[in-house]
Ligand binder design. Sequence first.
Ligand code: ADP
Ligand code: ADP
Length: 229
Amino acid sequence: DAVIQATGLGKTYAEGSMRTPVFDGLDLIVRKGETVAILGASGAGKSTLLHLLGGLDTPTSGEVYVGGQRMSALSDAERGRLRNRALGFVYQFHHLLPEFTALENVLLPVVLGGVSVPEAERRAKALLESVGLGHRLAHKPGELSGGERQRAAVARALVNRPGCVLGDEPTGNLDEKTAATVFDLMLALNRDQHTSLVLVTHDRRLARKLDRVLELHEGRLRELPPDEV
Ligand code: ADP
Ligand code: ADP
């Protein structure tokens, strides 16, 4: 029941003669419905790990399996389709398309998955309602508050019912109270839809709310016992 599995995962960035080894030999299994926090100092490699898990970057060694499919065995187009279907992404900055309304931003991944526009619109609307944005459907990102934009980004990540949502500091750009609200919203959607969550955060209080807390430190991934978080 693994939604994501990484085995022997390693990444070294190489630019000319400059080599930056980030980590090597990481193993990780994210099971269906599980919530996982990834902690670590700045530069520890958290974003790199998340990009590899999401197939946005290629590992130097090791393999990533998403929904049982080996990412390295897929073509770019196949990987793109798998990503759109099986994974959702939330970043520190919302990355919503500024010229499109909240509804259009959320229905886009559904349409890209081959669903008709009216059906995509129905799903996007239902999900925006469930994140408390039912009254903001026609608003463009610039007309939304920071918390509302992030909730729209969460809705966009979840609209294709992915097995797993990968979040890179998804609440890092919000004030403490709004951050907690958006975080709790993701946990509620995790409970309702059994979507696994892998969230990079530096906020230990938020990390404590998740099933497992992993710390990336000097190239190793270590499971922290609850009393150490
Ligand atoms: P974190 O997310 O934990 O802050 P990153 O994954 O962003 O860490 O970065 C890990 C290391 O890899 C850092 O030393 C960073 O400078 C380096 N790095 C990240 N992206 C690149 C890149 N595209 N090219 C070269 N080095 C990179
Ligand atoms: P609920 O969780 O109450 O079903 P949702 O807001 O998740 O409500 O979805 C509204 C409707 O759209 C439901 O009928 C749901 O089954 C359907 N739906 C949403 N997303 C998808 C999807 N990716 N694939 C199939 N059906 C979906």
